[in-house]
Design a protein around this ligand. Sequence first.
Ligand code: 1HA
Length: 275
Amino acid sequence: VRWEPVREYEDIAYEHDGEGIAKITICRPEVRNAFRPETLVEISDALVHAREDPSVGVIVLTGQGEDAFCSGGDQRVRGDTGYLSDSGAKASVGRFHVTDLQVQIRRLPKPVVAMVAGYAIGGGQVLHLICDLTIAADNARFGQTGPKVGSFDGGFGAGLLAQLVGFKKAKEIWFLCRQYDAEQALGMGLVNTVVPVAELEAETVAWCREMLELSPFALRLLKASFHAAEDGLSGIQQLAHDTNLLFYATDEAREGREAYREKRSPDFAQFPRRP
Ligand code: 1HA
């Protein structure tokens, strides 16, 4: 695959293959691809771009190199109020930018695939959890460190994990902070497949291309459907608004719009009351 850069960022690379795949790479290998606030703001910006770009059908999230997907929050910029940006007025006020990013990935109407080589640890493991699919290299290692480093993700980090691997295993992962290799992760349903690290990108691209052959709107509705019950009203909202997108194209909905524009009463009697 020939990846073409789309936009320049400091902490990430954002590239397209020109055939429907966007790839976002965390480029901080010196800290095992830990994220700082700026990293997350950049990922979020690239995701907006990939979402808006009609040529993109699938988004891959990964980390630079073979040592790590992501090791979570950069502990060097962790303050007493959250994670700190490195300059300006924002520097002194801590935030958890990852909160919004997790929701953004979950609501994004295109499949997001985590491509994991090496460590997916802490907040990095939660990032892979939130992706729709995970393709793991045989050197991948998963785990939580929260209780070791004085943190925890009780949101998707605990809840989604429990849905995937069951409550006992999820509690083990969080309460003992062990690491699990790729085969163990596959065994517990944490990842979709495991391949030799040298084949990781080719395999990920192959999975993406399979999805690109399929109906984008069906994939969109499926993603929304998977989350609708768990996400409550905001899940129903996504699914309902997606339905409304289709409803707008019907003669029945158009009649409502045209009647309003023409300042007349709508004639809905012409449409069947479906059984
Ligand atoms: O829990 C949350 C949140 C919860 C709610 C809301 C928001 C949240 C946001 C974030 C998080 C978290 O992510 S908390 C968990 C933070 N992450 C960790 O505790 C993982 C720390 N790292 C490790 O355990 C290990 O580095 C490793 C298992 C990923 C890799 O081990 P390895 O291969 O032995 O490498 P190591 O020598 O440890 O690391 C290489 C370099 O990278 C070291 O720097 P150096 O000594 O060369 O200067 C190491 O300090 C640095 N590094 C690795 N991970 C991080 C890091 N530096 C800062 N932050 C890191 N996360």
